[in-house]
Design a protein around this ligand. Structure first.
Ligand SMILES: Nc1ncnc2c1ncn2[C@@H]1O[C@H](COP(=O)(O)OP(=O)(O)OP(=O)(O)O)[C@@H](O)[C@H]1O
Ligand SMILES: [Mg+2]
Length: 112
């Protein structure tokens, strides 16, 4: 299993959710976050020289999927979240050791 974590523009959330539903994901967690990437947020000159980097509101999506679905999930997010303007976001993928569906006691891929 892998966790796909995507940081996207908030107004893209519905589009991304629909694209993920088409791929067949079973569940997801969404959190309002703020951050900045390589290009920073809003850059301002501060006292003549230094830069101040502001945090920009984003939405973080977390989806745990079987290994075989990872590429489809990445493609779906990439296509639906893209505006080609700065700040479109990032996708990170990490291994997941275990999952438990609390109601039934199922474990592993059966739990997701
Ligand atoms: N290296 C990182 N680690 C953790 N979070 C990151 C990282 N890079 C970006 N993020 C998160 O993703 C959000 C969007 O990043 P963003 O798309 O602005 O990246 P970028 O590298 O600046 O690319 P762009 O040039 O398209 O703006 C950030 O606000 C931050 O929340
Ligand atoms: Mg940026």
């Amino acid at each position: 299993m892998k966790k796909v974590e995507a940081i996207i523009k908030p107004f893209k959330l519905d589009e991304v959710k629909d694209a993920l539903a088409e791929v067949g994901i079973q569940g997801m967690t969404v959190t309002e976050v703020k951050g900045f990437g390589r290009t920073g947020g809003k850059k301002e000159v501060y006292r003549g020289s230094a830069y101040v980097v502001d945090f920009v509101p984003k939405v973080k999506i977390e989806i745990v999927v079987p290994d075989g679905m990872v590429n489809d999930v990445i493609d779906a997010i990439e296509k639906s979240a893209k505006t080609s303007r700065i700040g479109d976001g990032k996708i990170f993928v990490m291994p997941v050791e275990e999952a438990v569906r609390i109601r039934t006691g199922e474990r592993g891929e059966d739990a997701i």
